[in-house]
Ligand binder design. Structure first.
Ligand SMILES: Nc1ncnc2c1ncn2[C@@H]1O[C@H](COP(=O)(O)OP(=O)(O)OP(=O)(O)O)[C@@H](O)[C@H]1O
Length: 240
């Protein structure tokens, strides 16, 4: 695997930050001892800011999201989320931290097929007391208002989520990520199944709803045309 270099327009540090959502310093990760490590630029992201992360296939975007969500731990460097150094937490504590503070939108949505649309959106509130207490005014009412904002007709709310179209499932996954106002939203290529009109509408809504909830968004995509919508942009590169 080739070395990776990266370009960023972010400051490496910001001592005047109101509150840091994310700070990455000298971060690297190696999947395999025979390969050179993936290394990352230093990043500081304040609460409520959003970051667009792009780069070619193999440049390490998904690996970074796996580190951010606490599924894997860095080999070196530090990764601090909401003031907590993730490497100092046990794997159980990282799972709890993820449930309490992160909404994740995967490329394949990862919706629970036997639950209804509403059941999927309310799931984070079943798994986290903190998310439940932040769902306003109640988990169900918040889920309904998110689904309305994201254009999912009421007639679909009590149906199994697998009966919805791909574009609708994508928006359900966004509603689930936003419910209970997590401080961080991680979105991995969430618009790959959408045409350009729907994609633009989806991103505008995602950023608007995240702003209402004061959530920071880290959005991964290959699609350069989306970059201007975000406060900050990072490009990861695979060196030749
Ligand atoms: N589970 C894994 N085991 C071993 N190597 C892995 C694993 N996941 C990723 N890699 C390797 O790490 C490197 C970065 O992969 P990663 O999936 O993070 O890149 P990416 O930028 O997200 O790519 P894509 O845009 O294709 O999703 C690649 O060389 C890949 O082969």
């Amino acid at each position: 695997m080739p070395d990776m270099t990266s370009k960023t327009d972010l400051p490496a540090d910001s001592s005047t930050a109101p509150r840091q959502a994310l700070r990455i310093c000298n971060l690297s990760f190696r999947w395999d001892a025979t390969q050179p490590p993936l290394s990352y630029p230093d990043i500081t992201l304040n609460t409520g800011e959003h970051l667009f992360l792009r780069g070619p296939s193999g440049s390490g975007k998904s690996t970074l999201l796996s580190m951010l969500s606490g599924l894997i731990v860095p080999d070196s460097g530090t990764l601090t989320l909401l003031g907590k150094e993730l490497a100092n937490l046990t794997s159980g504590q990282r799972d709890r931290f993820r449930a309490d503070h992160m909404g994740v939108i995967f490329q394949q949505f990862n919706l629970v097929p036997y639950l209804t649309t509403l059941g999927n959106v309310m799931l984070p509130c079943r798994l986290s007391e903190q998310r439940r207490s932040q769902a306003m005014p109640t988990p169900q009412q918040e889920a309904e208002s998110l689904l309305t904002a994201l254009g999912i007709p009421q007639s679909h709310w009590h149906r199994r989520v697998t009966g919805l179209s791909v574009g609708q499932q994508q928006r359900v996954a966004a509603a689930r990520a936003l419910t209970g106002a997590p401080e961080l939203i991680l979105a991995d290529e969430p618009t790959s199944a959408l045409d350009s009109d729907n994609r633009d509408r989806f991103i505008a809504l995602l950023l608007e709803l995240a702003a209402e909830k004061h959530s920071s968004v880290i959005f991964v995509s290959h699609d350069q045309s989306l970059a201007q919508r975000f406060d900050h942009r990072i490009t990861l590169e695979v060196a030749p």
